[in-house]
Design a protein around this ligand. Structure first.
Ligand SMILES: O=C(NCCCCCn1ccc2cnccc21)c1cc(-c2ccc(F)cc2)cc(O)c1O
Ligand SMILES: [Mg+2]
Length: 214
């Protein structure tokens, strides 16, 4: 019976990475996706930009929208200080089950809470369910047409504070044109574009970093 792409990525991690070593998990996924089959992980080029932004912010509370196989959750969580928490949201239960195993294999499961559901349903429940007052850092990597409504929802739910950093993947490919229009013309945000390429390809893509000004 046919395996899924996330299942094949998990097998590649179990075969080629060292249990408890997040960097080896990241390398194993990148190697597999470069040489065996493409997958929509943020990848190593955009991942290095993600690393530098996370290191600069040094967040205590992180929200990731779009877990997929857990690649960026591992990238982010491996850089978090003790006691910091990443909440990552995945829509698809079968994919979430794989991500859970990859996050555990990397050994950073104590820093990560994986929640299944849609961002629109879960964002209004963040405060009551997880005792979050606000997020220090948010990584948007889910449905590209949800970037704007979910940013507005985060504002309305009081989950952003002065200085919260939002980092959005794929603003060029597949593209999030409405998000760029919304965030770049909004005086409550200071935005900067980081040019890069679509993971594992030469196609143009990039990350948009936006600081909420309150
Ligand atoms: O679609 C992308 N990601 C989103 C996947 C689905 C998210 C579902 N989901 C998860 C949490 C969640 C919470 N609420 C609602 C929905 C939610 C994506 C696509 C490409 C891509 C694909 C083909 C191509 F030819 C070029 C580029 C590259 C990327 O890097 C991507 O990230
Ligand atoms: Mg992406």
């Amino acid at each position: 019976t046919q395996t899924t792409r996330p299942q094949r990525i998990l097998k590649a991690v179990q075969k080629n990475a060292t249990k408890g070593d997040p960097d080896s998990v990241i390398s194993a996924i990148d190697h597999y996706c470069k040489h065996s089959e493409w997958a929509m992980n943020v990848g190593d080029e955009k991942g290095s930009i993600l690393d530098s932004v996370v290191s600069e912010v040094n967040p205590s509370t992180v929200l990731e929208l779009g877990t997929y196989c857990g690649y960026s959750a591992v990238r982010i969580a491996r850089l978090l200080s003790p006691g910091s928490k990443l909440i990552t949201v995945e829509f698809n239960p079968a994919i979430a089950a794989i991500a859970k195993q990859i996050i555990a294999y990397a050994g950073i499961q104590d820093k990560v809470t994986l929640v299944e559901g849609s961002s629109g349903d879960l964002i209004p429940k963040m405060k009551e369910c997880f005792g979050i007052t606000s997020f220090d850092f948010i990584f948007l990597d889910h449905w590209k047409d949800r970037y704007v409504p979910d940013t507005k929802l985060l504002e309305e739910c009081g989950l952003l504070r002065k200085g919260t950093v939002l980092l959005a993947d794929n603003v060029i490919c597949p593209g999030a044109p409405e998000y760029l229009k919304y965030i770049r013309n909004n005086r409550r945000y200071e935005s900067r574009y980081y040019p890069a390429h679509l993971e594992y390809t030469k196609v143009e893509d990039g990350l948009e970093k936006s600081i909420f000004l309150g």
